[in-house]
Design a protein around this ligand. Structure first.
Ligand code: NAD
Length: 436
């Protein structure tokens, strides 16, 4: 079977490379000519573990090709996945202009029956809207079906998530399209991946409900953490105690500086906006977003209150991407926290294994460093903002000799407070009492 994927970002490229690995013939299309030029040479334009190798393999075995021309992408493909961005508009609603543009391009170039599947996260009703856009722009009478096939992969473990998903969700209103989609995912039946087959609006809602729920879990534990600090409880033990209850589960119960990334903040906003459009207030999703925004500023307050006036002080930040194993900075807490520290007059030195170059473009005045130890030189405090593995085994004795003061803000609760304090560091974390 020949398929195509429109959009070669985190979702589109992983989808294309993984389906090629399953043995399908895949055309990946993007309007970004520079990106396609790189991909044709096997250069992946962002950091995602294992993706370079998978793309190279697909190219070598002639199953993965790239184009900027929608005609080539539509021509031979039976299934066309739409994986373009759906960024937030000023009112929080999802900007569907990229999805609609692709719909028009498909409509004008159809060569036969097509299954058009949205992998982009799109609000309920988009499938129907896309159907109307395609009908209105069709220059032929070929039949087509719309499918909603939301993607749940996580950046940093995207390939594993795609190859071993917890579930596949397929929303369709045509038996033919459903059968084709099931066939496409057949390789995953061997590992007994559950498939949720439903209608299009339900599939679209599953994605938003899932992301909003995960985001709510994070905001919930962050609120508990803030209260723990005030009452002398330890949020890590609280999380453990909660998570052992199978009805709750231990995932997404890690207190920290708030969530970022291209999905949770925008999907919460879009869900709230969908509610508004239908005259219903999505109170929990709205609160999860507000708590998250506050959490980033609570981290700044934590630093201010422990260090006093920041003017003239140097703060060393480890980790800038919104989570480890990605260079994605979209909505990263670093983008809020660092400018606040700079506004107070602090010099911020920083290191990130993958996101440093991009960070320097987004954060004027940031002093880029080559590793954790160079970052710590002459610093008044060290802040762990993203828990990359390499920050989990820092040599505190060495850090102490490099820094002006031994002060650690462990905003991801990576370290046992007593251990760090044993090296003479003042350890301040999230949802646990500070240890001197
Ligand atoms: P991205 O911004 O990394 O990539 C989008 C790509 O689409 C870009 O390369 C862009 O050039 C291309 N594009 C835009 N308009 C185009 C057009 N008209 N024709 C062809 N290409 C076009 O986006 P992403 O992070 O991969 O996310 C894509 C969608 O998947 C979003 O709706 C997102 O919410 C959803 N999603 C993302 C993740 C994630 O972890 N990133 C996970 C699940 C779902």
């Amino acid at each position: 079977m020949h398929i195509s994927v429109i959009g070669t970002g985190y979702v589109g490229l992983v989808t294309g490379a993984c389906f090629a690995e399953f043995g399908l013939s895949v055309t990946c299309m993007d309007t970004d000519a520079q990106r396609i030029g790189k991909l044709e040479k096997g250069v992946v334009p962002f950091y995602e573990p294992g993706l370079t190798e998978l793309v190279a393999k697909g190219i070598k075995e002639n199953r993965l090709t790239f184009t900027t021309n929608i005609v080539n992408a539509v021509d031979q493909a039976l299934v066309i996945f739409i994986a373009v961005g759906t960024p937030p508009k000023a009112d929080g609603s999802a900007d569907l202009s990229y999805v609609e543009e692709v719909g028009k391009g498909i409509a004008r170039n159809m060569t036969g029956y097509k299954v058009i599947a949205t992998k982009s996260t799109v609000p309920v009703g988009t499938g129907e809207r896309l159907r109307q856009v395609i009908k209105a722009n069709q220059t032929s009478s070929h039949r087509f079906d719309i499918v909603s096939n939301p993607e749940f992969l996580r950046e940093g473990s995207a390939i594993e998530d795609f190859m071993r998903p917890n579930r596949i969700v397929i929303g369709a209103d045509s038996e033919q399209a459903m059968a084709i989609m099931k066939d496409l995912y057949r390789p995953l039946y061997l590992i007994e991946t559950p498939v949720v087959m439903t209608d299009i609006p339900t599939a679209e809602m599953i994605k938003y409900a899932s992301n909003a729920f995960l985001a709510t879990k994070i905001s919930f534990i962050n609120e508990i953490a803030n209260l723990c600090e005030r009452v002398g409880a330890n949020v890590q033990v609280v999380s453990k105690g909660m998570g052992l209850d199978q009805r709750i589960g231990s995932k997404f119960l890690h207190a920290g500086p708030g969530f970022g990334g291209s999905c949770f903040p925008k999907d919460l906003a879009a869900l709230v906006q969908t509610g508004e459009r239908h005259g219903y207030e999505m109170q929990v999703a709205g609160a999860a977003a507000r708590v998250n925004e506050k959490q980033k500023f609570a981290m700044v307050e934590k630093i201010r209150s422990a260090m006093g006036p920041l003017k003239g002080k140097t703060i060393a930040v480890l980790g800038l991407s919104f989570k480890p194993n990605t260079n994605d900075l979209r909505e990263a807490p670093a983008l809020t926290i660092i400018p606040e520290l700079q506004k107070d007059g602090a010099t911020v030195r920083a290191y990130d294994p993958a996101a440093l170059e991009e960070s320097c473009k987004l954060l004027p005045g940031l002093v880029p460093c080559e590793d954790a130890y160079q970052t710590a030189e002459n610093a008044d405090a060290l802040v762990i903002l993203t828990e990359w593995n390499q920050f989990r085994t820092l040599e505190f004795e060495r850090l102490k000799t490099l820094m002006k003061q031994p002060l650690l803000f462990d905003l991801r609760n990576v370290y046992e407070a007593d251990r760090v304090a044993g090296y003479g560091f003042r350890h301040i974390s999230v949802g646990r009492l500070p240890v001197e």
